[in-house]
Write a protein that binds this ligand. Structure first.
Ligand code: PLP
Length: 490
């Protein structure tokens, strides 16, 4: 940890280049497409309100205090350490916010003519090329709005491709350690999910895959490194076994933070991947959105990408809606463009060397934190002796029940966020810790010390009703998620 992660910095030449591209995106006063759209959406007189809206009368200062107080009740990576495993809660550099918020970028209308957004389309074209290079894939569609939507697009492409080949295949292999969205996406695309049990190393083994693969196998979804933070060392032979059965390999790229600049799914034998720009590429997320889950494919699936795909013809950029065998459209507008812009800035500002440094530091940080934990208190159940990648899962060993939850709640009183708890389901009393490259050595030390200290409290029968210092105390989780009332009272 001697070398610190090179933060994305203010970079004048890049800012002026982007501002030039953005200016090309200002809305022209009379864009026929937008005028037509407005015309079609006239509010009927009968639907217009006839009485004035009763708005509360408040002074500016009152409003300011209200929102300021609300913002302080929130927790973000800007408040404290936030090692929420699998979610990659890294710092989102302010320079990207500045660019995504500049008028030429944010005031673009989804229906604006392509001729007026050439700068922005150029950025998206370059972003697709950069993601292809990073993952070793042939081409990308940036349209999916989340990792889960990228997965859904990916398995739909596999289905359509196999049908076009006249192959009747309906099973997708998914390891038991996979994120819940994997089996959900496969099931939504009409596949039967075949669960692959992890072995004692916490990995998918070739033996196990060979037992489950059959002529019905349409493909396999694999996360590398997996959700235990372990590199799937059998990935090459597993990919060959699936290909030999006529199936395709899907790469869940949500854990790409561990491999940036080090290894590429395309080289490992994957046919289709999604990336979570809101995780690996430093764009804000949380609370369910927004995000972006671009989907990339090898040559086999090139013609199946969801539309639109950004193309370059000579000097002009366009949105291609006529990809020959496309699975179609996933969402109303092109993509979550502000997220794409931030990811683009992040990649440009760090460069290839910077991205490589990100994954090195993310992996070192996770292993360092792990090495500081008391192994009697926080045990590694699977993959003993295997090096973790960017995240690690420990099991809270305690004579007290519900240890993971109690430690997690206890942490909140110290101005830090808890790790992910009780995931994956294959590890009991699991804490899934992912510090990311953003944290300093001091922050990692502090977090490990806190965890060790809280375990002592747990063993002494404490941590029964923490947190006590947060704006909301311990909540009844079942009640909070079930009889939820979202009514707004005026
Ligand atoms: C986050 C995550 C997903 C789903 O991504 P969303 O953007 O939340 O839809 C899928 N797989 C893994 C391993 C993840 O961590």
């Amino acid at each position: 940890m001697a070398r610190r992660y090179r933060q994305a910095r203010w970079d004048e030449p890049l800012l002026s280049e982007l501002s030039r591209k953005g200016r090309a995106g200002f809305l022209p006063p009379t864009d026929p497409k937008i005028e037509a759209w407005k015309g079609a959406r006239q509010i009927l007189p009968a639907d217009l309100r006839s009485t004035e809206l009763r708005l509360p009368e408040l002074a500016e200062l009152q409003v300011l205090r209200h929102f300021n107080r609300l913002s302080q009740m929130n927790f973000s990576v800007e408040s404290g350490t936030y090692p929420l495993g699998s979610c990659t809660m890294k710092y989102n550099p302010k320079v990207s916010e500045y660019i995504a918020g500049s008028p030429g970028m944010k005031e673009v209308h989804p229906l604006q003519s392509e001729a007026t957004i050439q700068g922005l389309l150029g950025i998206f074209y370059d972003l697709s090329a950069m993601l292809s290079e990073i993952t070793g894939m042939d081409s990308f569609s940036l349209t999916p709005a989340a990792g889960a939507q990228g997965e859904f697009a990916g398995v739909l492409m596999i289905r359509k491709y196999l049908r076009d080949q006249g192959k009747d295949k309906d099973e997708i292999l998914v390891p038991d350690s996979a994120h819940g969205t994997n089996p959900a996406s496969a099931a939504m695309a009409g596949f039967k999910v075949v669960k692959v049990p992890s072995d004692e190393r916490g990995l998918v083994s070739l033996d196990q895959v060979e037992k489950l693969v059959s002529p019905r196998t349409a493909g396999m979804m694999l996360t590398v490194p997996n959700t235990l933070g372990l590199f799937e060392s059998d990935v090459g032979p597993v990919a060959r076994a699936i290909h030999d059965a006529g199936g395709l390999m899907y790469y869940d790229g949500a854990n790409m933070n561990a491999l940036l600049g080090k290894a590429r799914p395309g080289d490992m034998g994957f046919d289709v991947v999604h990336l979570n720009l809101h995780k690996t590429f430093a764009t804000p997320h949380g609370g369910g959105g927004p995000g972006a889950g671009p989907v990339g494919v090898g040559e086999t699936l090139r013609d199946y990408l969801p539309v639109p795909v950004v193309r370059k013809n000579g000097e002009a950029y366009s949105l291609d809606y006529k990809v020959p065998k496309s699975i179609g459209r996933l969402k109303g507008s092109y993509a979550n463009s502000a997220i794409l812009l931030r990811a683009y800035c992040y990649i440009r500002l760090l460069g290839a060397g910077g991205l490589d440094n990100v994954s090195s530091l993310a992996v070192v940080a996770a292993n360092y934190l792990l090495s500081k934990l008391d192994p009697q208190a926080y045990a590694l159940l699977q993959g003993k002796g295997l090096r973790r990648k960017h995240e690690a899962i420990v099991s809270v060993r305690s004579t007290m029940s519900g240890g993971a939850m109690k430690v997690a709640k206890g942490l909140l009183d110290y101005g830090v966020h808890s790790p992910t708890v009780y995931f994956p389901l294959t590890v009991e009393e699991a804490l899934m810790i992912e510090p990311t490259e953003s944290e300093t050595l001091e922050a990692l030390d502090e977090y490990a010390d806190l965890l060790n200290e809280l375990h002592g409290k747990l063993q002494r029968g404490g941590l029964e009703d923490e947190p006590k210092n947060t704006s909301v105390g311990r909540i009844d989780e079942a009640k909070a998620s079930h009889p939820l009332s979202l009514k707004v009272k005026w």
